[in-house]
Design a protein around this ligand. Structure first.
Ligand code: G1P
Ligand code: ZN
Length: 543
């Protein structure tokens, strides 16, 4: 086996977005594209010599081939060991956990999360650091700089490593350890949650449907829910991962998880429904006829986390991304714990979790998690809800009802305009930005603007500063609209419009979100001239 140095040239567009580098699969498959990016990562982190890494992905098309390239390049760059999930499979939370418990220097996670998979869909690669979390802004920037000046990469000339058999092999001078992707993760969940109580719940006849959406959570959910916790066989739906996620869109929200929504609103619906995304870090929670928004889920978990053994001592603080609703803020206030507001993307929670300033965090985009790892964690959220239901004895609907009565209800909705012409999308944001200074006191669609700004964040732990993280307009009475451009799309631009209004009148807690938010929706349209500027008269996706 010989290590080769291959000459290359920088490739445009290798700039990571909200969560690593995401591109169309065919782009990732073009000559040198993957190799350039992997070498840029290795250079950006100060080289691979003597380092150990975790590698695994969500099993989407090109996962297996890309892993072999990463292994050969890690070996040629002098890495000492790579730990790989069997058949190249690792959910994002399981990878984060492995980096932490095996104390590796970092890890490569291959996934485009909830984006569809396949040769004509999307692929992605993300580097996580030794704390198990996504590369910080500083490291991300160092990697990007490498991509713009790279002249060569190192790769070993070798056969593919057999990733189907557990155990250790050598690739040149580097050890490759193939491990069971589920075991360590399942063990950790057993330490955090009251598995006895959840087992008793299933024994009592409690019924659940978990939609793995043909994605990576299938094996994890089957082992934990049906195996360890004794839920009946068939509880996990679409549990076998496939390279194109069964042709679906593995994003756990009422739009893409419509099969599960149909079950949960149908006659004889189970007590509890849940779903996870392509790489297993997102979650959807739904009771019988009762969908729980991710922002509300975060708030309910904040209110009840002490029921789970791993959180018995309460929370040190909570954190949410800026566009996430303020529901969790109200719980934090009542409990007298801090609540941090960060830019979108899990990478901004890492410093807070490492410093112990917060041990629960979440995003409106179906991401919830804690300091057990440094990624959001889909199954963790599902098990937390099961723990809360089992120990409180309340249904999802009852928990939501009492939550809103106690804290008020943050009506919330996100409108996405996808694959919009990039210039039009940036024009819309520029137009909003230009109005910011003069908006205060203005009346828009019957609402009065109290404040308007572009969100910027100074990290309270490492003092790093991040600008241009979304435009927010606040109105009297606690209503708010936020506009931002997605950082994970691979085609054109996606405009996200986040709408919110707080209601504390006990008689008005049961409205449909789109009705409760109608004036905020009208204000957003008027402020941003969405239809005129994008040519769209309705959002593509409402969640
Ligand atoms: C989206 C979500 C964001 C999440 C990210 C990665 O990013 O909005 O909350 O962290 O995916 O899962 P966006 O496309 O909005 O940049
Ligand atoms: Zn994901």
């Amino acid at each position: 086996m010989t290590a080769h140095t291959i000459s290359t040239k920088p490739i445009d567009g290798q700039k990571a977005g909200t969560s690593g580098l995401r591109k169309q699969t065919r782009v990732f498959m073009t000559p040198h594209f993957l190799e350039n990016y992997v070498q840029s990562i290795l250079n950006g982190i100060g080289g691979a010599k003597g380092k150990a890494f975790v590698v695994g992905g969500d099993g989407r098309y090109f996962n297996d081939q890309a892993i072999q390239v990463i292994l050969r390049m890690a070996a040629a760059n002098g890495a000492s060991e790579v730990i790989v999930g069997q058949n190249g499979i690792l959910s994002t939370p399981a990878a984060s956990n492995l980096i932490r418990i095996r104390k590796t220097d970092g890890g490569f996670i291959l996934s485009a999360s909830h984006n569809p998979g396949g040769i004509d869909a999307d692929f992605g690669l993300k580097y996580n650091m030794s704390n198990g979390g996504p590369a910080t802004e500083t490291v991300t920037q160092a990697i990007f700089e490498q991509t713009t000046s790279l002249t060569e990469y190192q790769i070993l000339d070798a056969q593919d490593v057999d990733l189907s058999t557990l155990g250790e092999t050598m690739l040149g001078d580097m050890k490759v350890t193939v491990i069971d992707p589920v075991a360590d993760y399942a063990k950790m969940m057993g330490e955090l949650f009251d598995f006895e109580a959840i087992r008793a719940l299933f024994l009592s006849g409690f019924r659940m449907a978990f939609d793995a959406m043909h994605a990576v959570t299938g094996p994890y959910a089957t082992t934990i829910l049906e195996g360890v916790l004794g839920a009946p066989k068939g509880t996990v739906l679409n549990g076998i991962p496939s390279p194109d996620f069964g042709g679906g869109h593995p994003d756990p929200n009422p739009i893409w998880a419509h099969e599960l929504m149909g079950i949960m609103t149908g006659h004889d619906a189970p007590d509890f429904g849940a779903a996870s995304d392509g790489d297993g870090d997102r979650n959807m929670i739904v009771g019988r006829g009762a969908y729980v928004t991710p922002s509300d889920s975060l708030a309910v978990i904040a209110a009840h986390a002490h029921l789970a053994p791993g959180y018995r001592n309460g929370l040190s603080g909570v954190a949410r991304s800026m566009p996430t609703s303020g529901a969790v803020d109200r719980v934090a206030k009542a409990k007298g714990i801090p609540c941090y507001e960060t830019p979108t993307g899990w990478k901004f929670f890492g410093t807070l979790l490492d410093a112990g300033k917060a041990n629960l965090c979440g995003e409106e985009s179906a991401g919830t998690g804690s300091d057990h790892i440094r990624e959001k964690d889909g199954l963790w959220a599902v098990l937390m809800w099961l723990n809360i239901i089992a120990t409180s004895g309340h249904s999802v609907a009852a928990l939501m009802d009492s939550h809103w009565r106690t804290y008020g209800r943050n009506y919330y909705s996100r409108h996405d305009y996808e694959a919009v012409d990039s210039a039009a999308a940036h024009g819309l944001m520029d137009h909003l930005r230009a109005q910011l200074a003069s908006l205060r006191g203005h009346h828009v669609a019957g609402l009065t603007v109290t404040e308007a700004d572009e969100f910027a964040y100074r990290d309270p732990v490492d003092d790093s500063y991040t600008e241009a993280q979304g435009i927010r307009v606040m109105f009297t009475g606690g209503a708010r609209v936020v506009f931002r451009l997605s950082g994970t799309g691979t085609q054109g631009a996606t405009i996200r419009v986040y709408l919110e209004r707080v209601e504390t009148d006990p008689n008005l807690l049961g409205l449909k979100p789109e009705d409760a938010l109608s004036d905020v929706i009208a204000a957003a349209q008027e402020l941003a001239q969405i239809t005129t500027r994008t040519g769209r008269d309705a959002p593509d996706v409402i969640t």
